[in-house]
Design a protein around this ligand. Structure first.
Ligand SMILES: Nc1ncnc2c1ncn2[C@@H]1O[C@H](COP(=O)(O)OP(=O)(O)OP(=O)(O)O)[C@@H](O)[C@H]1O
Length: 341
């Protein structure tokens, strides 16, 4: 669907060169929601802007729907852009046009008749839940409503791809979730492939199928969201994941646990099918050991369960050893250093 092959982009400022994107190769399949995450300056926006030729690569090739976009004529670039909708962090709405006027704009440019435009605009406003706001101006809308208008406008010409440039970064957490749900609906109901960039891991966690992590212009890790969350390889990826996953209790809770005689704490990680299996209770019962869940969570990632629990065991030492051995057949178990922090 979208294929980046050894893509690099260097900006020249006077004698200085900025290597914004370095030798990136990525494959985005049709129907996917693909997220690119990275800290500020990692090269995400530059990479995104290469897809609709708002920037041109210094090296490498990009294919969109099987077409190498490096050699397109002006006319074909316009055609490409009409297949790719785009939404922005600051919405980029026309302040002097109504909601309906904003959504109608790309259709006017594409030469649609007034009757066709009115019908399409009313369909789109209904899809994004803004039918009653058609005559309002952007300044009368909340941030979430403005982004809904942005989405309706981006969908106007029925694109195959929607690219989202930090689309929820200016929104509060509840509104972010609403917009992410709407993007998921765009993907599922309209079959539109979504490529988004963000610096927030919860955005990736909530809606993406695949993720690429960028740092200093390079893609340092890419995989399904489930694999990246459950087995992150790179330190930067681990930091992003920690930002949404409190996987360690506070120092004061740990201190209190130690004061009550706690000595050994184990992290038990369940993935996929096993997460719903009562493996902990089955094994501890078998060896007559009690289990205490000290901390942790079970979450859903891409419709699969992922559990990350901190537990302690009470019972005879050799029985606890048998429990640990038996658990390792099904889940990952590791002892946690309780003296840290
Ligand atoms: N038009 C430009 N001219 C010169 N340098 C640029 C240009 N656009 C981006 N850069 C530089 O390229 C690097 C990558 O920037 P980019 O905006 O792609 O990163 P980003 O990950 O999207 O960061 P942010 O989230 O802050 O936008 C930065 O060092 C930036 O200063």
């Amino acid at each position: 669907m979208i294929e980046f092959r050894n893509i690099s982009k260097t900006f020249k400022i006077g004698n200085r060169e900025v290597n914004a994107v370095k030798n990136v190769s990525l494959s985005i399949q049709q129907g996917e929601i693909f997220g690119i995450i990275g800290f500020s300056g990692a090269g995400k926006s530059t990479l995104l802007r290469l897809v609709n030729l708002l920037e041109t690569p210094t090296n490498g090739e990009i294919e969109v729907q099987g077409i190498n976009i490096g050699s397109l004529s002006q006319k074909d670039v316009r055609k490409l852009r009409s297949r790719i909708g785009m939404i922005f962090q600051n919405f980029n709405l026309f302040a002097s046009r109504t909601v309906a006027g904003n959504v109608a704009y790309p259709l006017k440019l594409a030469g649609w008749s007034k009757k066709e435009i009115d019908k399409r605009v009313s369909e789109l406003l209904s899809f994004v839940g803004l039918t009653d706001k058609a005559k309002d101006y952007p300044e009368q809308l909340s941030g979430g409503q403005k982004q809904r208008v942005g989405i309706a406008r981006a969908l106007a010409t029925s694109p195959d791809i929607l690219i989202c440039d930090e689309a929820t970064s200016a929104l509060d957490p509840d509104t972010t979730s609403e917009i992410l749900r709407l993007l998921k609906k765009v993907n599922k109901e309209l079959g539109i492939t979504i490529l988004l960039i963000t610096h927030e891991m919860h955005v990736i966690q909530e809606i993406c199928d695949k993720v690429a992590v960028m740092e200093n212009g390079e893609v340092i890790e890419t995989d399904s969201v489930f694999n990246v969350f459950t087995n992150p390889q790179h330190l930067t990826t681990q930091r992003f994941i920690q930002s949404v996953q409190q996987d360690r209790p506070s120092t004061s809770l740990l201190r209190e646990w130690r004061r009550k005689g706690g000595k050994h704490l184990y992290r038990v990680i369940f993935k996929g099918e096993v997460a719903s299996d009562p493996v902990l209770s089955r094994v501890t019962r078998k060896f007559d050991v009690d289990v205490n869940i000290v901390y942790g969570s079970v979450r859903e990632l891409q419709e699969k369960l992922y559990g990350n629990l901190l537990v302690s065991f009470e019972g005879q030492e050799e029985n606890i050893s048998s429990v640990l051995l038996a658990l390792q057949q099904d889940v990952t178990v590791e002892e946690v250093n309780v003296n840290e922090g």
